[in-house]
Design a protein. Structure first.
Length: 59
């Protein structure tokens, strides 16, 4: 599923960035370009980051 249509960034790419150590939407933007244009996807990226933090906290 696409997270950022403007830059064609998928949810899998965002998860890969998080797995590689990204901890903010800015770090994901710098790596993938997601959020660089219209920034509509930034909320989605933040939600994915939050879910990943919650998963790590409960593990």
């Amino acid at each position: 599923m696409y997270v950022c249509i403007c830059e064609a960034v998928t949810e899998s790419q965002v998860h890969a960035c998080i797995k590689a150590g990204a901890k903010s939407a800015r770090q994901i933007r710098d790596t993938t370009g997601a959020g660089r244009d219209c920034a509509t996807c930034v909320r989605k990226i933040c939600a994915i980051l939050k879910r990943s933090e919650d998963l790590v906290a409960t593990a």
